[in-house]
Design a protein around this ligand. Structure first.
Ligand SMILES: NC(=O)c1ccc[n+]([C@@H]2O[C@H](COP(=O)([O-])OP(=O)(O)OC[C@H]3O[C@@H](n4cnc5c(N)ncnc54)[C@H](O)[C@@H]3O)[C@@H](O)[C@H]2O)c1
Length: 374
């Protein structure tokens, strides 16, 4: 903020103009109206897509080459909405030019590549964020605060992460989806990664995730290469245990729920039911807070119905945090280091499935080789 109380506008460009870019453009235009940024333009390898996004959201410029957008002096930051293989290359390109980047999930599927992006952005002193917009739900923030405030006890003891979503054949319309080369996986890297990030974030006070025993399989999607179901058993440094069960083979009405229990026996949840709604605290057994939380649950259930569909509010919140981080010279809430955690867990599940043994973390590099590269 300057003395007059107005915020400095950040010039920002959108790289990749497909599906999720629509949410970024809508959120950024809203932030532009609020005086927080200027959406300078967009770029996509497919010229019509760049032009289409620019026309739809009245962006002043569009390019078929991301470099030309990033090179513009009025572009201070980019948001990367391409499919995964270009997330880190775009970040490195921007960092070389002293520009800030926020990338869509997953940040990459390679731990060494993740480290390159983290290192390059730290060295260039630019901000680097990874989109995990569900962390910005009020219910998610509230659960993490209750944990940090010690309301569940002195230490976390148990966590579970259940995601039951649906992806049918039509979803795999783009050749990159569900393939090893295109996204290095399917259900884990694309859908479940949201829940894995939330799970690891809520369980973070349990310390380093130390061991993972996992299995993935493709059980009902013969038209994709990678996993549609996965399970794992986890243990953190403080002794806490966790389970994980994810699927894209279930009824569309099922959702995702993460619950965390502390040593006082109190449990809090973040539940998204069905996919696409706000995450709510439908389990909250902190003594003395149950009644108030019940009322809040009903209110947020209603608010979620009203807000989530017409406008990507959680993307708005995360992009707002990213712009504030640039202005204030601080890290965004979800940094590159944070974005790396879910990738490391997925790598551990892959390695454990392969060996049949428990995998010890931390992992420095990705060593698992997809079947198509053997
Ligand atoms: N946060 C969420 O809820 C959410 C939802 C959907 C997708 N995503 C993520 O967003 C990313 C994109 O997904 P999508 O569904 O929008 O995919 P998409 O295929 O609809 O769009 C990707 C676009 O990127 C473009 N592109 C690829 N390489 C490029 C390059 N080098 N330069 C410029 N443009 C390039 C493609 O031409 C395409 O138009 C993925 O990582 C996906 O996992 C996140």
């Amino acid at each position: 903020m300057n003395g007059a109380g107005t915020k400095r506008r950040i010039g920002i460009g959108i790289v990749g103009c497909g599906g999720i870019a629509q949410s970024h453009a809508a959120a950024l235009k809203r932030l532009e109206q609020a005086g927080e940024c200027t959406v300078v333009g967009c770029a996509d390898l497919v010229e019509e897509k760049a032009k289409g996004l620019a026309e739809k959201f009245e962006l002043p410029s569009w390019y078929a080459d991301a470099r030309r957008l990033i090179d513009r002096p009025d572009v201070e930051a980019i948001t990367v909405c391409t499919n995964p293989p270009f997330h880190v290359p775009a970040t490195l390109m921007a960092a070389e030019r002293g520009k800030h980047t926020i990338v869509e999930k997953p940040m990459t599927m390679d731990l060494a590549e993740a480290d390159r992006a983290i290192e390059a952005t730290r060295k260039a002193n630019v901000r680097f964020g990874v989109i995990f917009m569900r962390r910005f739900w009020p219910g998610a923030q509230r659960a993490r605060k209750a944990i940090d405030d010690g309301k569940l006890g002195d230490r976390l003891i148990l966590g579970d992460c259940i995601l039951k979503w649906t992806r049918r054949q039509a979803y795999y319309r783009d050749p990159w989806r569900g393939t090893w080369a295109g996204e290095n996986g399917a259900a884990l890297v694309n859908q479940a990664v949201h829940a894995l990030d939330m799970f690891l974030w809520l369980m973070a006070p349990a310390g380093q995730l130390e061991t993972v025993y996992g299995k993935w399989a493709n059980l009902t999607h013969p038209y994709i290469e990678a996993e549609d179901n996965a399970v794992a058993a986890l243990r953190w440094a403080n002794g806490a245990l966790g389970v994980l069960s994810v699927s894209i083979s279930t009824d569309p009405q099922l959702g995702a729920r993460i619950t965390v229990t502390g040593d006082k026996g109190a449990t809090v949840s973040v539940t998204e039911h069905p996919e696409g709604r706000f995450g709510l605290n439908d389990v909250w057994t902190i003594p003395g807070e149950e009644e108030e939380m019940g009322r809040l649950y009903e209110r947020e259930l209603q608010e979620g119905r009203e807000h989530f569909k017409p406008f990507p509010i959680a993307h708005f919140w995360q992009l707002q945090d990213f712009l504030a981080a640039i202005r204030e010279g601080r890290d965004p809430l979800v940094t590159g280091e944070e974005g790396r955690r879910s990738i490391e867990l997925i790598e551990a599940i892959r390695l454990s499935t392969e060996s049949g043994a428990e995998v010890k973390l931390p992992l420095r590099t990705s060593t698992w080789v997809p079947p198509t590269r053997r």
